[in-house]
Ligand binder design. Sequence first.
Ligand SMILES: *[C@@H]1O[C@H](CO)[C@@H](O)[C@H](O)[C@H]1NC(C)=O
Ligand SMILES: *[C@@H]1O[C@H](CO)[C@@H](O)[C@H](O)[C@H]1NC(C)=O
Ligand SMILES: *[C@@H]1O[C@H](CO)[C@@H](O)[C@H](O)[C@H]1NC(C)=O
Ligand SMILES: *[C@@H]1O[C@H](CO)[C@@H](O)[C@H](O)[C@H]1NC(C)=O
Ligand SMILES: *[C@@H]1O[C@H](CO)[C@@H](O)[C@H](O)[C@H]1NC(C)=O
Ligand SMILES: CC(=O)N[C@H]1CO[C@H](CO)[C@@H](O)[C@@H]1O
Ligand SMILES: CC(=O)N[C@H]1CO[C@H](CO)[C@@H](O)[C@@H]1O
Length: 589
Amino acid sequence: MGLRWCLIFGLTLGLFTSWTLSELIKHQQRVQEEFNNWWRHEVFYQIYPRSFQDSNGDGIGDLNGITSRLQYFVDTGITAVWLNPIFQSPMADFGYDISDYRAIQPEYGTLADFDQLIATAKALGIKVILDFVPNHSSDKHEWFIKSVAREPGYEDFYIWENGTVTEDGDRVPPNNWISVFSGSAWEWNEEREQYYLRQFTKGQPDLNYRNPAVLQAMDDILIYWLNRGVAGFRIDAVNYIYEDEELRDEPLSGTTSDLNSPDSLEHIYTRNQPEDYTLVQHWRQLLDNYSANNGGPLRIMMLEAYADLKLLMDYYEDPQGVQGAQFPFNFGFITELNENSTAQDFVFNIEKWLIYMPVGHTANWVMGNHDNPRVASRYGAKAVDAMNMLLMTLPGIAITYYGEELGMEDYRDISYEQTVDQPACDAGDVDYKWISRDPERTPMQWNDEKSAGFSSNASTWLPVNPNYQELNLRAQLRATRSHYKVYQSLLKFRKLRVLQEGSFTAKALSRQVFALKRELKGYGTVLTIINVSNRTQQVDVSDFIHLPNRLTLAVVGVSSQHREGERLKPAEINLAPYEGLVITLKVHK
Ligand SMILES: *[C@@H]1O[C@H](CO)[C@@H](O)[C@H](O)[C@H]1NC(C)=O
Ligand SMILES: *[C@@H]1O[C@H](CO)[C@@H](O)[C@H](O)[C@H]1NC(C)=O
Ligand SMILES: *[C@@H]1O[C@H](CO)[C@@H](O)[C@H](O)[C@H]1NC(C)=O
Ligand SMILES: *[C@@H]1O[C@H](CO)[C@@H](O)[C@H](O)[C@H]1NC(C)=O
Ligand SMILES: *[C@@H]1O[C@H](CO)[C@@H](O)[C@H](O)[C@H]1NC(C)=O
Ligand SMILES: CC(=O)N[C@H]1CO[C@H](CO)[C@@H](O)[C@@H]1O
Ligand SMILES: CC(=O)N[C@H]1CO[C@H](CO)[C@@H](O)[C@@H]1O
């Protein structure tokens, strides 16, 4: 539907159904949003600032480092990035424990550096999204210090409760809630003589969003960063923000007898509370208002919530049609599928999201992030190109974690002494290895020089993966074929109208091979075929397509026997183990 037609339709409806002016404005905003749809086909590149580029030789990545690498995104074809937290923090959880929401962590730089980053990015046409961590603050935050001291205005910034004392004089917390890292979620504070709620570590007290002053403070922080030029926010752990107001005990799950384990409870009173949705809707309004009042691109919101599919979908839009985030992250490729998944598993999981997504919204696909092993380690190094082909030819938004364009691998052999991820440190020197998230957070591998070109310091906050000698950007730029070059072609390819607007069909051709089809009348067809098995496979796609004599290979992987431009016979397409092929049929720009 064209913009003008929509406006006329809206105005007419307004006249005949006696809409209020504000309803009409709201409708027009939505039409405007359809029009300003920059984010709907975007590839968002996730930068882990600590590991991307160090500019001052302290072995830690920083903002000036990112600024110095912005041209890389232009060369790659990336026009939007999202940054893990850069705010002032005691770093108990590498920035997810914020002590000042308006200040930059000194080792990452200054506000002036941040402004420079935004200005340079803007000049290069790159949008920047910040990570917003509303689920708690650090216990070093001035709000918490003031709240402990019961300073007027701050008494109820956090969730304080007395608990009870038994006949034997033992203190008992207010209820049975368990922290995500095990043990009671309540921490006794000697000074205030009350318990505070903390669903994560004791240094991360939960904010009390039922206090309007807390909500206002958070709104102000969003506005503060919007005014500095960010294009939106990735909101962390949104389903943990509110808890049951009556503090009811959670029922036992019956899955473990360890009562200190978070798995021992069904989290019906601490996660996905109705108010979490209302809050997201409120922030959506704030962002929409800001965009309408300040011009420029629509400022957007993407949500992190590891939740049930149906609960997740209500963050797009609730059952009453109230708009939430532009999208909640789809973690299906991380949590539901792995190296052993069959072609049917892939098709089923892809379709599942599309089936449950409310009408008119945009799908998204997260291939990796800072909390999970890398693609090369989850699906195998051979599958890197195929997974990027999949990601880039699916409908909607693609999300790439830094280094995945090179096929970087987890560095699992980090010693216990060098381990810095808190849950891994807590797990002890035997179990740490498979819990640690350090292996997927090692420095970006730019070249084969000292510290992989990440830092001038030979010692870095996490060791560089020793495979950087062979696996690095420079080597991949020099090679005739490389993961990076495949990724770059895919990004160019994505600009085709058929991949932006085309219809979508997925089909398992066998247990081992599946195909995706994108079609747009007048703009041709794109077919992606992926072999998820460790054996060579031959497939017949004749039944799946209409123009069988015109199959041309558009993108092939690094170790493919095929070459770009090759013509294929639909009845006998051969795929090497874990090979992916992107094929075009009569495609136009
Ligand atoms: C090099 O990095 C280490 C941390 O890995 C740090 O202790 C040291 O101070 C750094 N050197 C310089 C010159 O900053
Ligand atoms: C909590 O304890 C304090 C001091 O013992 C008492 O004054 C206050 O009334 C208690 N609050 C509630 C809600 O029971
Ligand atoms: C957005 O703007 C509308 C209309 O001006 C106003 O009613 C609403 O309170 C605003 N919401 C936010 C969160 O700013
Ligand atoms: C895949 O299967 C192999 C062999 O059964 C097993 O060792 C491995 O743990 C499986 N991987 C995953 C991620 O389930
Ligand atoms: C393929 O995978 C199966 C099941 O994991 C395994 O038994 C077999 O040895 C593998 N074959 C090759 C060629 O790697
Ligand atoms: C889902 C989740 O764990 N979200 C964040 C809330 O806070 C913790 C602790 O800071 C973070 O680790 C999480 O990412
Ligand atoms: C397991 C399996 O289906 N193997 C087949 C894979 O494809 C080759 C031809 O490319 C056949 O020879 C195998 O039988």
